[in-house]
Design a protein around this ligand. Structure first.
Ligand code: AMP
Length: 377
């Protein structure tokens, strides 16, 4: 067990690292952030910011020497860097799990090996793979880069082999997947935590609405029925067990119009769709991340209030600072800003959690705030 006053390391200094740092600080731990951005949101508030690249061996060694345990806030950290750090202290989740989650081909193959469903897909390593792949799939399709794709980045819709070929060239010829577009009834996600002994705690299932491939809103409780949410929880647990996972794991699902439950992807870290836990649950996903890396027990994941989480994208800074009084004067609304210096369209700048007696009421308050901040309904 790693107890307060110890130093915890986090690879990546974005908003997830910042909320991890806030949770760790309130529990009495020190935090060391490694991130190449001198103004990273977590680096600004950490006890120490090692301002270096994720492959910089000297910097990784400094982090390893300094910390009692290390975690990661995004899956694109090179798995080799995590492996290197494993010689110094526990790294949770470990390199093996991150290696699976950071590559769509590895991820979807692994999910299928567990007997779990994904949308039909085929791996594309070179242009010559496209003809075969497309003959086994039903258009419309999405060509997604196998790595470094998130929030809908690196995705192109295609229907023919020619279009897929052009999209593959545009993706730089890097490994990709071709995936059938499914008809979505809704999207849901499961955030769970699993400790070193395999003890698991699961948060209530959230319903996610995306705009342009980026999460916009998470609603809890979700509108999915109990059979679906129970099945999703079982599938997420199965994945965590199969990886002997330690940490916070998020699994995103498609519920199709045909009644199927398909796994879209997983994230080996706290997740945007779990931000609601900070204000609406007995324990936040970030406190759980601290607990899991420290070899402690999972804590209570109980939902204390219905909640709607809304992402605040850089677009709403177009005319200067948004009129925050409309959020701050609303009882039940909790504003979280990440301290990013520059607001750009499509950049996640913060989020709002609206708590209310039920999801419909939380959606109503959210709609009022969105209108006041000139956000799309
Ligand atoms: P991803 O980066 O793969 O999580 O995709 C981002 C979002 O794009 C998803 O949350 C969905 O809203 C949408 N999307 C991705 N893949 C598919 C698919 N195969 N069929 C339908 N929508 C999809």
């Amino acid at each position: 067990m790693i107890l307060p006053d110890a130093s915890l390391g986090v690879l990546g200094g974005g908003q997830l690292g910042r909320m991890f740092t806030l949770a760790a600080h309130s529990m009495g731990y020190r935090v060391v952030v490694l991130d190449p951005d001198p103004h990273s949101p977590a680096g600004l508030i950490a006890d120490q910011h090692i301002n270096a690249d994720y492959q910089d061996r000297a910097a990784l060694q400094m982090l390893g020497d300094e910390c009692a345990a290390i975690t990661t806030e995004f899956e694109n950290i090179p798995a080799e860097s995590l492996e290197f750090l494993e010689q110094y202290c526990p790294v949770r989740p470990g390199a093996d799990a991150v290696r699976i989650a950071q590559n769509r081909i590895n991820e979807k193959t692994f999910i299928r090996q567990q007997g779990l469903a994904t949308a039909p897909f085929a791996a594309i390593y070179e242009a010559a793979d496209i003809a075969d792949a497309i003959s086994g799939l039903q258009p419309p399709l999405l060509l997604k880069t196998a790595s470094m794709g998130y929030d809908g980045k690196g995705q192109q819709q295609v229907s023919t082999a020619d279009e897929a070929g052009a999209a593959f060239i545009q993706a730089g010829g890097a490994p990709c997947i071709l995936e059938e577009m499914v008809e979505l009834e809704r999207e849901i996600s499961v955030v769970l935590v699993r400790n070193t002994s395999g003890l698991t705690a699961v948060y209530p299932v959230g319903e996610n609405r995306h705009v342009n491939g980026i999460l916009d809103t998470t609603i809890v409780p979700s509108g999915a029925d109990t059979a679906i949410t129970d099945a999703a929880i079982d599938m997420a647990r199965q994945l965590a067990d199969a990886m002997n996972y330690c940490g916070v794991l998020a699994v995103e699902f498609f519920c199709t119009r045909q009644g199927e439950l398909l796994i879209n992807e997983m994230a080996p870290r706290p997740h945007n769709s779990g931000h609601y836990t900070v204000d609406a649950c007995a324990t936040s996903q970030f406190e759980q991340q601290v607990r899991m890396m420290c070899g402690l027990m999972p804590s209570d994941t109980k939902l204390l209030s219905a909640v709607v989480m809304t992402n605040l994208m850089g677009d709403i800074w177009n005319d200067g600072d948004p009129a925050w009084q409309h959020v701050l004067n609303e009882p039940g609304a909790h504003l979280h800003l990440y301290g990013k210096r520059e607001a750009r369209p499509g950049r996640k700048m913060g989020h709002i959690n609206c708590l209310a007696d039920d999801a419909d009421s939380a959606l109503q308050v959210t709609a009022k705030i969105r209108a006041a901040l000139n956000m799309k309904p």
